[in-house]
Design a protein around this ligand. Structure first.
Ligand code: SF4
Length: 246
């Protein structure tokens, strides 16, 4: 596809079409750079489109602080889903709409693995850790939706090359309006629209996730190469884009 302007116009058309077709639609936001572009574009078309986010107990403090800041600045009124024993203090203090989901299954498996191996679940079985902390909460977030909008991009890594702009999966439609944006397109769009970004990018991260599963990778490596390094899941997916959610 051509210029950034053309990609932006194309993305807006996709969002407009989806918003008119699906009554129950929301934008997923991880508070990474791509999500912020998807959110900004979506809200420019439909200012009241709901925003939801799945956070985990392992998200870096920078991401939580950025969530608070940008949620306020962009008036997102995001709803955050999290598996935890209690709502994080920072969410309580800042009156973030939070859906607290039970952590019993996670603790049970985590403790079992720790006892058997001495390691954490994210080291021994990141797929299961992601399922419990990310996929299951996402299912909860989308259970009453017809469609959701994401910030997926094809050039993020090998696992994202085959996604389509509109995907029907089970009882849910996934809309990927910025699929054709490159990493550079994202940075240009954010700069052009004065959108503040997560401070972790200044430290050199290119793809943000949970703290134990994200490292900084050089520019000549695929964008998601720093995710789950040292495990069989390296550069892969947490599962919310590969599993049936509804
Ligand atoms: S990214 Fe890592 S810590 Fe986060 S849910 Fe997945 S395996 Fe667990």
């Amino acid at each position: 596809m051509g210029t950034l302007n053309e990609k932006v116009e194309h993305a807006k058309l996709i969002i407009k079409d989806a918003a008119s077709k699906y009554k129950r639609i929301a934008v997923a936001c991880s508070f990474g750079k791509d999500s912020m572009v998807a959110v900004h574009l979506s809200r420019s078309i439909e200012p009241k489109l709901p925003i939801f986010s799945v956070m985990t107990i392992y998200k870096p403090s920078e991401t939580l602080e950025y969530l608070i800041e940008i949620n306020r600045e962009m008036n997102l009124d995001a709803t955050v889903y999290i598996v935890a024993d209690e709502i994080p203090e920072i969410f309580k203090e800042n009156k973030i709409n939070t859906v607290l989901l039970p952590a019993h299954d996670f603790h049970k498996y985590f403790d079992y693995v720790k006892e058997k191996t001495g390691k954490s679940l994210y080291e021994t079985n990141p797929d299961e850790c992601c399922r419990l902390l990310k996929v299951e909460p996402t299912k909860e977030a989308v259970k009453d939706l017809d469609a959701w909008i994401t910030g997926l991009r094809k050039t993020e890594g090998q696992t994202r090359e085959d996604y389509q702009e509109v995907e029907v999966k089970g009882g849910l439609v996934k809309i990927n309006p910025i699929l054709q944006f490159t990493e550079l397109d994202i940075w240009r769009y954010l700069a052009m629209n004065n959108i503040k970004v997560n401070p972790l990018y200044k430290k050199g991260y290119r793809s943000l996730g949970c703290e134990p599963c994200s490292i900084i990778v050089p520019d000549n490596e695929p964008e998601r190469a720093g995710r789950w390094q040292g495990t069989s899941k390296c550069g892969g997916e947490c599962g919310i884009h590969t599993r049936i959610l509804k």
